[in-house]
Write a protein that binds this ligand. Structure first.
Ligand code: ATP
Length: 437
């Protein structure tokens, strides 16, 4: 609203504007009056004040005017009263004039009275207005104060928010930079991946193309193979039929083979019998390290088991003595050589024959060496016992499809013409004849 329109507006309409603004303020409850409204209120209040002051001044002026008029009329009355003492006509005229003046005076008094009443009313109204204006002023001040407080609060809040927002903006800017970097990285990565996949795709395409060709070739090949397989199938059916016939022949042959095998075994054992049931071998031990070789008494070892031993202490025909064995092993004979001669005898055990091999000789002559062997970790140096058992286990293993062997081991020592079981711990049962539970 403009200042001119305020000045032209009636007091009533101004009051109604103020009341409306106040009612709106009450309705808002929080008491916040916007800046333009509060300045409007200020203007209205100022206008009302000015009007009231003007009216008061007018009234004062009017009352002064009436007072001067009264004084003038009084002096006229006095003059006319003095004149009345003159002529009666004049007196009557004057009286009439006086009467008129009196009437006018009473009228003026009436008017004055009325104006006084009006003045009183206006003064009262002024007081009311002043009270109203002061209350309005207080309200306005309170409103301005609250408004200023709110304004300050809002200002601090806005500065805080501004700072926070600035911070957030900085953070967001950083995030934006990071995101842009990441986007760039991801773009690069995806680009490189895309290129890689493209390459792979090309590779796979080539691969698939080449394989499609291969598959077609393979199909052709498989077709050929099918034909081949059918051919081979037919061939194998024929072969199978022939094979059946051959197997029948082989079954017959196997039955004959067992008969022949039994015959062979029989013949083999007969050969062993012919070679002699009791065979005596002689093994000449070589000199120990450090022994002088010149003192040997062995003069001759024959192929057929002859052994000539010389005795230089005796004269004549006792100088030499000739011994005859199944075979004589020279000092250079190996463990394998010794076992080679005993192997056939040992094998006849598997055909149910009893075989006994024992070593005889004085202390240190080499019995343990020959029967057990000096070093068991080396197969080369195994003696007769280990070789014999190994041979028997191998044969039983080879024949397991046709024959099942039960193998048991016993170990005895003959010392001072006493046979002792060396595997039994109880001393009472050690001597021969052995009693087993
Ligand atoms: N043919 C051989 N070649 C090399 N060394 C041998 C041979 N025979 C025996 N010896 C050696 O002679 C030594 C005596 O041999 P061995 O212990 O076998 O005799 P032994 O007859 O069992 O004696 P004992 O009756 O006292 O037990 C051992 O050191 C052994 O290595």
């Amino acid at each position: 609203m403009k200042l001119n329109s305020l000045q032209s507006a009636s007091s009533r309409s101004l009051f109604s504007i103020v009341n409306n603004i106040l009612e709106e303020g009450i309705e808002r409850k929080n008491g916040d009056i916007p800046q333009p409204v509060s300045s409007l209120l200020k203007l209205i209040v100022e206008e009302i004040e000015q009007r009231v002051l003007k009216q008061a001044e007018n009234l004062k002026k009017q009352s002064l005017l009436y007072k001067t008029r009264e004084k003038r009329y009084q002096s006229r009355i006095n003059a006319l009263e003095t004149l009345s003492t003159g002529t009666t006509e004049e007196h009557e005229v004057v009286m009439q004039q006086l009467q008129q003046i009196k009437i006018e005076k009473s009228r003026i008094d009436e008017e004055r009275k009325l104006e006084n009443q009006e003045l009183n009313l206006l003064l009262k109204e002024k007081v009311d207005y002043e009270m109203h204006i002061s209350s309005l002023k207080r309200e306005l001040e309170f409103t301005i104060k609250t408004h200023e407080e709110n304004f300050l609060q809002l200002k601090t809040l806005s500065t805080e928010t501004k700072v926070e927002l600035e911070k957030k903006i900085i953070e967001l800017a950083c995030n934006l930079v990071d995101s842009q970097k990441r986007v760039e990285e991801l773009e690069n990565l995806s680009e490189s991946k895309y290129m890689r996949w493209k390459k792979k795709e090309l590779g796979y395409k080539h691969f698939i193309d080449s394989h499609v060709g291969s598959i077609q070739d393979l199909r052709k090949d498989s077709e050929c193979l099918k034909q081949e397989v059918l051919k081979i199938k037919r061939f194998y059916i024929e072969e199978f039929n022939n094979f059946e016939l051959e197997v029948k022949g082989l079954v017959d042959a196997a039955q004959n083979y067992h008969v022949v095998l039994t015959e062979n075994r029989k013949l083999y054992n007969e050969v062993q019998d012919l070679k002699g049931n009791i065979r005596v071998y002689c093994r000449v031990r070589p000199f120990h390290q450090g022994q002088r070789k010149k003192q040997t008494t062995i003069e001759y070892i024959g192929e057929n088991g002859e052994l000539v031993v010389a005795n230089p202490l005796k004269q004549g025909k006792d100088t030499r003595r000739v011994f005859k064995f199944s075979k004589v092993f020279s000092p250079t004979a190996t463990q394998e050589d010794v076992f080679g001669d005993t192997r056939p005898l040992i094998r006849s055990v598997l055909d149910g024959y009893n075989v006994c091999i024992f070593a005889y000789g004085q202390t240190g002559s080499g019995k343990t060496f020959t029967m057990t062997g000096p070093n068991l970790s080396s197969i080369e140096e195994w003696g007769v016992n280990y070789r014999a058992l190994n041979d028997l286990f191998n044969i039983s293993q080879n024949r397991k499809s046709s024959i099942k062997y039960d193998i048991g081991v016993q170990m005895v020592e003959i010392y001072n013409e006493q046979v002792r079981d060396v595997l039994i711990s109880e001393s009472s049962q050690k001597k021969y004849p052995f009693c087993r539970a």
